[in-house]
Ligand binder design. Structure first.
Ligand SMILES: *Cc1c(COP(=O)(O)O)cnc(C)c1O
Length: 396
């Protein structure tokens, strides 16, 4: 295949894309239109938790697509029941609503909290969120997000998302008023630069929410499904949230997300929530296959082993190059650099030959690593060696 600028002009331009077309993927590797291979430590932004085209997902799609695609969300289907039972069985939640994207699951969480406020808190509707948080790209989830500049691009915002500072409980307490219904956060801010909420902060939030009769909502679209070395990141803090959203890894690359709630909070009336594709058997069958692989004996131990290997390797690179260390939880990690050459490193890594490498720099002085959860020890070593070379080239 030949890359043609005039052909890609038929696509709406939403970001600056490199002049290459990916045609196939396998595990930690991607191949472009010239047959060049890339070691992928982005994995669709932490989406492909089992790597590219995992056999279990391909099989689930093949088998389910020959059986039933979508009877409509107005009827029950087998895979959605199975996946809901697996998720409630493995978490503190009792009810699941399936959605198609993380943003849509978060919209559902916001609606559910507001409905609960109408029923239980005299119409309280404000949800305290955090600076530098990311909850999606719909109008309401952009309003909930604390990304700089997002308060004005599509003004007016949806009202009712005051912003506190992560890991500063006093800043949360100061925002609570009679209209407050919930607190919502990512257990590790992903897009914000891999900034973990501390266990103490999560516990203090739970206590504060209980004192004031507020709901605690965790957006685990990026941190859920094993990414942090436990199935759900809230488990690290030993707390029980009221609502959780899942996305990304739950579908291992296909559009699937979930809104999970405890029984007492599951207060939608008929007609309040729905959607054409929600809980369709094709995607939820994939979800069942993914869940079973992530929860198989030994899987999470391997995630934690690889996490330690990656953490130590990044710390060594940081020390060698005089950088500012590494941080993260599980296989969501960041290297904090001493200079703003993130973009140059990402580009040089991608353009390396004969093989390239895909990395992500969510901030100019930061590299983020989101390999597949079944990445091998050899692949992590290879990435670390090549990253060392790339830093050398960029800083030569
Ligand atoms: C990616 C992400 C979202 C949005 O998910 P989409 O599927 O892109 O809509 C929401 N919250 C967090 C924490 C995310 O990382």
């Amino acid at each position: 295949m030949k890359f043609n600028q005039s052909d890609v002009n038929a696509l709406m331009e939403i970001t600056s894309r490199p002049e290459l077309v990916f045609v196939r993927g396998n595990g930690s590797w991607l191949e472009d239109h010239n047959g060049k291979r890339y070691l992928d430590f982005v994995q669709g932004w932490a989406v492909n938790c089992l790597g590219h085209c995992p056999a279990s997902v391909v099989k689930a799609i093949n088998e389910q697509s020959a059986k039933l695609l979508n009877p409509s969300p107005a009827f029950y289907n087998e895979p959605s029941i199975k996946l809901a039972m697996r998720l409630t069985g493995a978490s503190c939640f009792d009810r699941i609503f399936f959605a198609n994207s993380g943003a849509e699951a978060n919209e559902g969480a916001i609606k559910l909290a507001r409905k609960w406020g109408q029923l239980n808190r005299k119409g309280a509707y404000k949800i305290i969120t955090f600076d530098h948080s990311f909850h999606g790209r719909t109008i309401a989830t952009m309003s909930a997000s604390g990304k700089p500049g997002w308060d004005t691009i599509f003004a007016p915002q949806v009202d009712g998302f005051p912003k506190a500072d992560l890991n500063d409980i006093a800043s949360v307490r100061a925002l609570i008023d009679a209209q407050t219904v919930a607190i919502m956060l990512e257990p590790v801010q992903g897009e914000g630069g891999v900034i973990p909420a501390t266990a103490e902060f999560m516990q203090a939030l739970r206590k504060l929410a209980d004192e004031h009769g507020l709901l605690l909502i965790v957006d685990e679209v990026q941190t859920g499904m094993g990414r942090t070395g436990k199935l759900f990141a809230y488990e690290h803090a030993g707390i029980t949230p009221d609502i959780m959203t899942l996305g990304k890894g739950i579908g291992a690359g296909v559009p699937l997300a979930a809104l999970c709630a405890r029984e007492a909070v599951s207060c939608f009336s008929h007609g309040d929530q729905g959607g054409t594709y929600n809980g369709n058997p094709l995607m939820t069958a994939v979800g069942v296959a993914v869940f079973d692989e992530l929860t198989a004996p030994g899987f999470m131990e391997a995630v934690n082993d690889r996490s330690q290997q990656l953490s130590e390797g990044l710390a060594r690179l940081s020390a060698k190059w005089g950088m500012k260390g590494e941080r993260g939880v599980g296989l969501l990690r960041a290297l904090i650099m001493d200079r703003n050459d993130g973009a140059a490193i990402v580009e040089t890594a991608r353009n390396s030959s004969p093989e390239g490498m895909l990395l992500n720099s969510p901030r100019p002085n930061l590299l983020r690593f989101m390999p597949s959860l079944n990445v091998t020890a050899e692949e992590i070593d290879l990435m670390l060696r090549r990253l060392d070379d790339v830093i050398q080239q960029v800083r030569a």
